[in-house]
Write a new protein. Structure first.
Length: 319
């Protein structure tokens, strides 16, 4: 395994936003690009490489093949189709499950033993597909989960309270989608609960729900205005990769496999987890109130329902 070697599968807007973020931030020794469009990744390799004289450190950038996966430390999968107008979430999941399953098989045929980070949507389902197809230990397959949702939440709270977003500690849990929720009891500004900050400022608690709704609606608004979202998720993926590369033991809200945590089993869902060089070191179990437990259960039920309808069948084909 080569320390600091990253393979990106999927050279679309999200993947290349992550790659550009890595180029600017440094900390990566080698970046390999893989895509079905070989001409495009050659162009992307050239374009990124021409920026290296202004990058913080030397980095090898290469348009590669699945053979390059063998000794990678981390593989990031962003490949898949985006949701088309009129297409249901299940239809999107079925198409992407087949694409992601095929990609995973090609990765594992090389003897890859590192960490796979999944960003293809619906991410909780796709993470499950990769886990079941790869045969890797559960900790080594991580979905981007609600890392982006959490970043949006921190930004919006910070903007509302006029405080640095780096001092906002709050999390979005559940599905990366409309059924996500915020455990407000565990949301802090510095070392003070957000609820207490609101109370002290005579700010109605309803404002917190408006902020969460702003997070839920953010992707729809951006897509309406510019067709797609990619910069922030690119930054979020870079953050997640760095947590693995630098063995940080950082807490991030990723989609990870639950085996009894939060009374859920055999499912990938967004929860706070400690991330290090082995992937997920452990799930952070927060004490949820009854309403929050119901919201998490609803999120899990939605995902399990889609799995039952067709995703499990796609996973088990050819087995």
């Amino acid at each position: 395994m080569k320390k600091g070697k990253i393979v990106l599968v999927g050279a679309g807007f999200v993947g290349m936003s992550m790659a550009y973020s890595m180029l600017n931030r440094g900390g990566i020794n080698e970046l390999v690009l893989i895509d079905i469009d070989e001409n495009k990744i050659k162009g992307e390799e050239m374009d990124l490489s021409h920026g290296l004289p202004y990058a913080p450190q030397k980095m090898k950038i290469k348009a590669g093949t699945y053979a390059d996966c063998k000794d990678a430390q981390v593989i990031v999968i962003t490949a898949g189709i985006t949701q088309k107008p009129g297409q249901t979430r299940l239809e999107l999941a079925e198409v992407n499950a087949k694409i992601v399953k095929d990609i995973t098989k090609q990765i594992m045929e090389t003897g890859f033993k590192g960490v796979i980070i999944v960003a293809s949507n619906p991410v909780d389902l796709m993470s499950y597909v990769v886990y079941k197809t790869s045969g890797l230990p559960k900790n080594q397959v991580i979905g981007s989960g609600t890392v982006l949702d959490t970043a949006r939440l921190r930004y919006l709270i910070a903007d509302y309270l006029q405080i640095s977003s780096k001092n906002v500690h709050a999390y979005i849990m559940g599905e990366h989608g409309d059924s996500s929720f915020v455990p407000w009891e565990h949301a802090y500004v510095g070392c003070k609960k957000v609820k207490d900050v609101m109370k002290d400022g005579n700010i109605p608690m309803e404002e917190l729900e408006k902020i969460h709704q702003g997070v839920v609606n953010a992707a729809y608004e951006i897509i309406e205005k510019k067709k797609a979202t990619y910069y922030a998720i690119g930054m979020a993926l870079n953050r997640l990769v760095r947590a693995v590369l630098d063995n940080e033991n950082s807490i991030l809200t990723v989609s990870t496999y639950l085996e009894g945590e939060y009374n859920q089993d055999n499912i990938y869902i967004g929860v706070p987890a400690v991330i290090n060089e082995h992937g997920v070191r452990e799930v952070v179990q927060l004490e949820l109130n009854e309403e929050e437990r119901q919201k998490l259960n609803k999120s899990c039920d939605l995902i399990k329902d889609m799995r039952k309808q067709s995703i499990d069948k796609i996973i088990n084909e050819d087995k």
